[in-house]
Design a protein around this ligand. Structure first.
Ligand SMILES: NC(=O)c1ccc[n+]([C@@H]2O[C@H](COP(=O)([O-])OP(=O)(O)OC[C@H]3O[C@@H](n4cnc5c(N)ncnc54)[C@H](OP(=O)(O)O)[C@@H]3O)[C@@H](O)[C@H]2O)c1
Length: 258
């Protein structure tokens, strides 16, 4: 039976990875920097911090496979860069046979600081000598929903920027891809997987209002912003490899009902 360490196993993606590994009877270890957190029964929880290099020897000790989901966009230098470096150093290269990392499509085609970090991390992993797989996906549905909510002032009208589009993917389906990789030989860099639909942001907003049963007016406005430009370009979609069955509407119906 393989032992899998999931970094970020308490986060949005990592939790799904952990649940799916447990369902397949893997031995699962989760690293957490939180003082208090809970994990499902049967998971070995190791307290530690990638940034300050604590707990990593214990967390990696039994790992045949590492699925690296930990990240902190607000402190990428300490957590993503230094933290990944510490994690790779802690790994026993004779024991760990597969290091799996979740990245984002087209990180190599953007100057955005977080994407630059992801590229550096990808390169660190590729240069570590540990057999690896890097999976680049599009944004998760949850990410698009969080963004949409920032435009929802709940005052009878929603104003969204023009020209944005997404091919977002359900986080459980992204997790399933990582778990599938854990069962196979390392494949190196997988450049792109996107969700099942390519949608304009305003269409996504319309569906959001429909699912909530609201009649708010939807306005589309030309708003200049570097962040929005990232989602106006072709760089956040991967139409040649769409994956998964959970559409935006299906995701919202489930998410907003709970
Ligand atoms: N969101 C998207 O649309 C999207 C799309 C593609 C790829 N991704 C990638 O998917 C990955 C996971 O994203 P997510 O949305 O699941 O993130 P998340 O919910 O914010 O989870 C981040 C995880 O990182 C862990 N972490 C943070 N600092 C740490 C530290 N110093 N030491 C150890 N662990 C630490 C946290 O664990 P504790 O708090 O328990 O320490 C937490 O479990 C990221 O690499 C992200 O770039 C995200």
């Amino acid at each position: 039976m393989k032992n899998v360490l999931v970094t970020g196993g308490t986060g949005l993606l990592g939790k799904e990875v952990v649940d799916q590994l447990l369902a397949l009877n893997y031995d699962v270890t989760v690293l957490t920097s939180k003082k208090n957190t809970s994990v499902p029964a049967g998971v070995k929880l190791v307290k530690g911090d990638m940034a300050s290099d604590t707990g990593l020897a214990e967390a990696t000790r039994d790992a045949d496979v590492v699925i690296h989901c930990a990240s902190n966009p607000k402190d990428t230098q300490s957590v993503d860069i230094k933290g990944t470096c510490n994690l790779l150093d802690a790994i026993d290269k004779d024991k760990t046979l597969h290091f799996i990392y979740i990245s984002i499509i087209n990180v190599d085609k953007s100057d955005y600081a977080y994407y630059q970090t992801k590229i550096k991390v990808e390169r660190m992993i590729a240069g570590s000598g540990i057999p690896f797989s890097v999976l680049r996906t599009t944004q998760f549905h949850n990410y698009v929903l969080s963004m949409l909510k920032t435009f929802d002032k709940k005052n009878g009208a929603i104003i969204v920027p023009d020209g944005m589009h997404f091919q977002s993917i359900e986080v459980k389906e992204a997790a399933a891809l990582l778990v599938d990789l854990a069962q196979k030989e390392p494949v190196g860099l997988l450049r792109g997987v996107g969700g099942p639909e390519l949608l304009k942001f305003e269409e996504m907003a319309k569906t959001y209002l429909k699912v909530l049963g609201r009649n708010d007016e939807l306005k589309i406005k030309s708003i200049q912003d570097e962040e929005y430009d990232r989602y106006r370009s072709e760089n956040n979609i991967w139409p040649t490899n769409s994956y998964g069955h959970v559409t935006w509407e299906a995701f919202l119906r489930h998410k907003l009902a709970s």
